[in-house]
Design a protein around this ligand. Sequence first.
Ligand code: PLP
Length: 355
Amino acid sequence: MRPARALIDLAALRHNYRLARELGGRKALAVVKADAYGHGAVRCARALEPEADGFGVACIEEALELREAGIRAPILLLEGFFEASELALIEAHDLWFVVQADWQIDAIERARPAKPFTVWLKLDSGMHRLGLAAQDYGAAWHRLQAMPHVGEVVAMTHFARADELDCDRTGQQLALFNQVCAEASLPTSLENSPALLGWPDVHGDWSRPGLMLYGASPFAGTHPVADRLRPVMTVESGIISVRDLGVGEPVGYGARFVTRRPSRIGVVAMGYADGYPQFVPNGTPVAIDGRPGDLVGRVSMDMLTVDLTDHPAAGLGSRVELWGGQVRVHDLAARCETSAYQLLCALKRVPRTYV
Ligand code: PLP
């Protein structure tokens, strides 16, 4: 069998959820959308369900996958519903949903559910993606509260730049949220992972951690709080071929690496078809049998190459970590101008093993 695999540490996931709870408001909604950022939504939700206050997903298809797997905890549709006909399924499966636009309020008004809906009313406090504008928010909230079939309303917003710790945009978004919601006295939901980890003064009743649950930091470099996270996913594979090369020999497509000394090159069964980024610089860190090493040459669809010259004990079958406990996914992301979010979500074809 191809040696590529992703090990998922569910104890680390639970540790990170507890950290989110400790840092945030009273309750934490574990965001498990996009197949739990590539970690497997059902397995992650099952591991967290005994202690999680609820789960956040992007759409009803993701919610139904969890319900069909037996998850009974509250599930919030973070983008709400996309068409009014979804309200019947929302009712049938007892889901919560975000309201982010007026047309959704019209649809809710027309619905007649047997049990009141729980809705999270989203304010566009500056991200300008989803949510009601500040001048429309009060009217929307009054309208919803006047409907007998609407139960709890939670006031929420989403930060656009909380991962930039020296940027005052988060403070501005928070100030607008506080101003607009001041008279509403609704439960609130504010923090995503960067806000939980980096903005200790931001506190809603419900936090919504995603990335941090999986042990990745939204910040570049070390951070005193983010460093307490434990990585959940380790992506590793094995060396399937070894080449001894003289000086001046090119390696791989496009000769992106040329040996400058007599070299041993190892071929690892992992490529961009697995979700590993294609364009990473020579010297991108890997761990070879637990020791720091370098990726060299261009990443192919199914393989990549590493420099074994300084790893005399390594050879066929040696284990190579692409990211995990030794090569943190956010550090790798910073090296190749992407994000830990993207790397985790892009993983495919690699079988997951839960430990
Ligand atoms: N809340 C909302 C509305 C989101 O869209 C997301 C993710 O994009 C999250 C929370 C979780 O964010 P993060 O992964 O940065 O914690």
